[in-house]
Design a protein around this ligand. Structure first.
Ligand code: SAH
Length: 244
């Protein structure tokens, strides 16, 4: 899915600090570096989000030596996992009005399961919908291996949402749609539910924040991004051309 254009700030170039408390786990050191240089330094300051991203073992979700690098990475089946900064930005923007702990959260586009793990680490009750059976099964294995047993993975067309567990305090859509799917609007909690979704054409989109207050939905564009397409009834069609 995503890389992001229009950086606000590039990370400063400096060598990683030597901190004996970081211990001997090299992945913990890599995460610390990722959070400081790629995320905090570019303006994502929500302490809960930073702490969660320090804890989730991203290398268990993406089979790559570059798991902690500042880039989107390929997943099987032509999909991509967002770069860490985009995950942090979306998570920060989607924060439910009463916080993450115990919040009901819907993710569309399970992919590797990494974003779902970050939400679970924040204390949310997470349902994540994926349309590709192979990716969904692998994500369930990744989540179990990393210890996130509580995440509910669902196979289906996420543009329909998942009415069984609605309403949701937050909805994160990690694939790009032509417009906001009506079922997702309806499944947002009327008491300030927040949805973050990339909206645009197949070449580029705006990360969009939707906030629901009763029967009013307020929309705001956050950042220009590029995600893989959301394919389904309320998304793009199956065809791979740019104008379908
Ligand atoms: N959030 C994921 C990355 C998602 S990549 C992670 O953290 O790894 C986008 C995913 O959206 C792909 O896996 C793609 O198959 C899925 N997708 C696309 N359209 C969908 C739809 N209608 N419903 C559910 N998943 C969809």
């Amino acid at each position: 899915m995503a890389w992001i254009r229009g950086w606000r700030r590039w990370p400063s170039r400096r060598t990683p600090p030597e901190d004996p408390s970081e211990g001997t786990d090299p992945t913990a050191t890599a995460r610390e570096w990722m959070v400081r240089e790629q995320i905090e330094n570019r303006g994502v300051r929500d302490p809960e989000v930073l702490a969660a991203m320090r804890r989730v073992p991203r290398h268990l979700f993406v089979d790559s030596a570059w798991a902690y690098d500042d880039r989107a990475l390929p997943l099987p089946r032509g999909q991509t996992i967002s770069q860490p900064f985009v995950v942090a930005l979306m998570t920060q923007a989607a924060r439910p009005p009463r916080g993450w702990h115990g919040a009901r959260v819907l993710e569309i586009g399970t992919g590797s399961g990494y974003q779902a793990a970050v939400l679970a680490e924040l204390g949310a009750a997470v349902v994540s919908v994926e349309r590709d059976p192979e990716l969904s099964a692998q994500a369930a294995r990744n989540l179990a291996a990393a210890g996130y047993d509580g995440v509910v993975t669902v196979l289906g067309d996420g543009t329909q949402g998942w009415p069984a567990a609605a309403p949701y305090d937050a909805i994160l859509v990690t694939a790009a749609g032509p417009s906001i799917p009506a079922p997702l609007r309806e499944q947002l909690n009327p008491a300030g539910g927040r949805m973050v979704i990339p909206i645009g054409d197949r070449e580029g989109q705006w990360l969009t924040l939707v906030e629901r207050h009763g029967d009013e939905w307020r929309e705001r564009s956050l950042e220009p991004v590029v995600f893989v397409p959301l394919i389904g009834t309320h998304g793009y069609g199956e065809r791979r051309s740019l104008d379908d």
